[in-house]
Design a protein around this ligand. Structure first.
Ligand code: PEP
Ligand code: MG
Length: 551
């Protein structure tokens, strides 16, 4: 038996083949073609394969995600065959006498640029479709597996660590669980695993060896153990746990449709955290009553260039419309620190967690901010959107954000574009400064949402990405809990609601403390909604105490 000990960051037990995630070098160099005819045939083959993949995706999307998603892949299939597009690639090949990869990439990019420069917003937005199509043909030329996983059966994905942009490209239907050498409970792999409701273990270090690739492993996201060739006793224990997990999941289904209220009548809003409109399916499957945090930066992380107003509008509208009148809190761009986006061209920083990130970037780049705010306000006409600003430390920042909102609303009014002028505006409370300034900040906004991942990091001076901090990184620290109480009192004093959207919100052991503090909303990974609801409905709010705030 081989036992690897890591840190469980998303619960559950599963069994599957370990698949070591391989990063492929997809840098393309201009190489001369040895045989133009052969290069043309390679392009035709990659084009044909792309069409077949897209046709399969049309079917899959139609069954699982509806007609709108299916149409997107139909459009991609159409572009793949488009005569002008293919001609541009073949012309480039002949003129340059270069390899197929270079011709596809260069001609594809020129074609996309041509669309990006069009005046019509709809045509402009097609540039990103063309880039997607070009990437697909390139992947097929280079033999890069679709969705990053070259396996017919679902696997346990093992990696050193996964960047947010890498997790986005994964074919989620092929993943049973995650094991990473680095990472932490706050890493995006962990957050993704919790959204998907599958186990994840991080920090296994060198114990995860390349020769384990393809071997069957059991992973237990509660104990943080990865087991290969279990002995009889261990196997029986794991199987028993798996069985109980399945029974518990079935039992939790009974919680669907039940109100989020304690035995003594205290209501709590149980919302979900999402990274893209596709995650709404998980929110609905788990009966989340709203979205408390839509991390909009994933739209930027997934793109090769700044997402246009139209692209963002479509994504926010899709989320708002799918939630059908339930609140969807969309956080404006929060990049920097662990979420780097190359095309922003940000300087390398010594200390990125404290550098130019989140709202600081938006306030420094009014055009980027304006584009996002326009998309958000336009989408506000299609559902109950709320806008939230991250990493706030000062009153002047909130005033500037509000000014930017007012100016965007004036523009839309002038253009006759509908929007909801009463769209709620809130801020994240995730810096010690925002805790100390809470009373002043609360007068300027409609709600607070506490980002405990960053609040813990900045309050305890503990890097949230660092795996070695162990007991020093303690989100249960009384300093963090007192900070939450302080912000809650300030919010209620000003008559606004307050929630928690950091990972601590999903820590069921803290529910009595949050009830005692008087939190109004908890926004958690979709898979945590039903267990949290079950606990809430057994709780008596008036007997909950603040004892965990004591030192
Ligand atoms: C947080 O900091 O708690 C939070 C919710 O935001 P993020 O994890 O995206 O920084
Ligand atoms: Mg944060």
């Amino acid at each position: 038996m081989i036992l690897i000990q890591g840190k469980g960051v998303s619960t559950g037990v599963t069994k599957g083949k370990l698949y070591l995630f391989q990063r492929q070098d997809t840098t393309i160099h201009k190489a001369p073609a040895e045989d133009i005819g052969q290069e043309k045939a390679r392009i035709a083959e990659a084009q044909q394969k792309s069409i077949e993949q897209l046709e399969a995706l049309v079917e899959k999307a139609r069954e699982e995600a509806g007609e709108e998603s299916a149409m997107l892949f139909e459009t991609h299939a159409m572009f793949t065959e488009d005569e002008d597009y293919v001609e541009a690639i073949m012309d480039m090949l002949e003129e340059e006498g270069c390899c197929a990869e270079y011709a596809v990439q260069t001609a594809g990019e020129q074609f996309a640029d041509m669309f990006a420069q069009m005046d019509d917003e709809y045509m402009k937005a097609r540039a990103s479709d063309i880039r997607d199509v070009t990437q697909r043909i390139l992947n097929n030329l280079l033999g890069v597996a679709e969705g990053g996983i070259d396996s017919d059966e679902p696997v346990v994905l093992a990696a050193d660590d996964l960047a947010p942009s890498e997790t986005l490209q994964l074919d989620k239907s092929k993943i049973l669980g995650f094991v990473t050498q680095g990472g932490s409970g706050n890493s995006h792999t962990a957050i993704l695993a919790r959204t998907m409701g599958i186990p994840a273990i991080c920090g296994v270090g060198d114990a995860l060896k390349p020769e384990y690739n393809g071997r069957t492993a059991y992973i237990d996201g509660e104990t943080g153990q990865v087991v290969l060739d279990p002995d009889e006793l261990t196997l029986a224990g794991l199987q028993d746990k798996y069985q109980k997990q399945q029974e518990m999941r079935a039992l939790l289904q009974e919680m669907k449709g039940q109100p989020d209220v304690t035995l003594d009548g205290k209501e709590l809003m149980l919302y979900c955290n999402i990274g893209s409109p596709e995650d709404i399916a998980a929110v609905q499957a788990n009966d989340g009553q709203g979205v408390g945090l839509f991390r909009s930066e994933f739209l930027y992380l997934a793109a090769e260039d700044y997402p246009t107003e139209e692209e963002q509008f479509q994504a926010y509208k899709a989320a708002a419309a799918a939630m059908d009148g339930k609140r969807v809190v969309i956080r404006t761009l929060d990049i920097g620190a662990d979420k780097q986006v190359d095309y922003f061209g940000l300087n390398k920083e010594e200390n990125p967690a404290m550098g130019l990130r989140a709202i600081r970037i938006c306030l420094n780049r009014p055009e980027v901010f304006r584009t996002q705010l326009r998309a958000l306000y336009r989408a506000s006409a299609y559902g109950k959107i709320a806008i939230m600003f991250p990493m706030i430390t000062s009153v002047w920042e909130v005033k500037e954000c509000r000014r930017a909102c007012t100016s965007v609303m004036a523009e839309l009014t002038k253009e006759g574009i509908p929007f909801n002028a009463d769209t709620e505006i809130g801020i994240m409370i995730e810096t010690p400064a925002s805790i100390f300034m809470a009373a002043d900040l609360a007068k300027l906004v409609d709600f607070f949402s506490i980002g405990t991942n960053d609040l813990t990091q900045y309050t305890l001076a503990c890097d949230r990405q660092c795996n070695d901090l162990g007991k020093f990184f303690d989100p249960h620290h009384p300093a963090v809990l007192r900070a939450i109480k302080h912000a809650t009192d300030a919010a209620h004093e000003a008559g606004i609601w307050i929630g928690i959207c950091g990972e601590l919100a999903g820590d069921i052991s803290l529910l009595p403390t949050f009830l005692a503090i008087g939190i109004d909303e908890l926004s958690v990974s979709p898979s945590v909604v039903l267990p949290l609801r079950a606990e809430l409905r057994k709780s008596i709010a008036k007997t909950c105490t603040l004892e965990r705030l004591e030192g």
